[in-house]
Design a protein around this ligand. Structure first.
Ligand SMILES: Nc1ncnc2c1ncn2[C@@H]1O[C@H](COP(=O)(O)OP(=O)(O)OP(=O)(O)O)[C@@H](O)[C@H]1O
Length: 237
């Protein structure tokens, strides 16, 4: 990990009428860091990911990627400069071939490393099958492939382990950790599975009611009484 900040988010805010779904949220991610973004349902995690990627209207705040202010760029332009996102609900087209959709994502990212990504995620052997024809675990890896194509600098992951078994989730977590190191990726990870969060995150940011409740090392966060009260309960205390 170096001293460079790959992401500097300052004052991120999104209001719906008088309600602030996200209120003045700021954080910085060092290059190579895996940051967990956690918080209870409705805390503002998805809204935060939306604002970072430029999805939707009516947002305030500044987003800098590797020193470049990208706040005024469109979603597509942000993708092309290295900010990529995978979604909570699978983003894949069931009837399209796996290789075909990775190639389509490559076109959007304006950089084609389809075969490398397929190999990295052990998808080469099934790349000519349609997504509906492979297992759910394989589909989650296709989702990840779509986000990884183009070699992004910053990867935003929305619950990559959702619906997987504990073994599959932990295997996915190990794979991500390893991949982040080899590809020099910085990752912001939204995940409700605390096993996954504590297995791979360097630091955690906790959102509560649209604001940052606290930020720190995983062990500090899990021992923080406010976090236990607002989110973790006694399970991880
Ligand atoms: N389009 C919208 N209009 C009005 N309120 C919205 C809209 N989208 C989200 N919200 C509200 O903003 C708040 C934050 O929602 P958000 O989806 O970001 O939370 P979250 O932390 O991602 O939750 P979850 O863990 O359930 O996905 C919630 O109170 C939600 O109801």
């Amino acid at each position: 990990m170096s001293d460079t900040y790959m992401l500097e988010a300052t004052g991120l805010t999104r209001r719906y009428g008088g309600f602030a779904a996200l209120n003045n949220v700021s954080f910085k991610l060092r290059q190579g860091e895996i940051r967990g973004l956690i918080g209870s349902n409705g805390a503002g995690k998805s809204t935060c990911m939306d604002v970072l990627t430029g999805r939707g209207r009516n947002q305030q705040g500044t987003v800098c990627l590797n020193g470049q202010d990208i706040s005024r760029l469109s979603e597509r332009e942000r993708r092309a400069v290295g900010l990529s996102r995978s979604f909570q609900k699978t983003n894949i087209f069931p009837e399209l071939g796996i290789r075909q959709q990775v190639q389509l994502a490559a076109r959007k990212a304006e950089f084609d490393n389809t075969e490398e990504v397929l190999a990295e995620l052990s998808l080469t052997a099934i790349a000519d099958r349609t997504a509906s024809d492979v297992s759910y675990g394989d589909q989650r890896r296709v989702d990840l492939a779509l986000a990884l194509v183009g070699k992004p600098k910053l990867l935003l992951l929305d619950e990559p382990a959702a619906g997987l078994t504990i073994e599959e989730s932990l295997a996915m977590a190990r794979h991500l950790r390893n991949l982040a190191e080899r590809w020099k990726l910085t990752i912001l990870l939204v995940e409700h599975d605390m096993e996954v969060i504590f297995a791979i995150c360097d630091r955690l940011t906790v959102l509560h009611l649209g604001e940052v409740l606290t930020e720190g090392l995983p062990d500090e966060v899990r021992a923080n009484p406010e976090v236990i009260r607002a989110y973790l309960g006694s399970t991880f205390a």
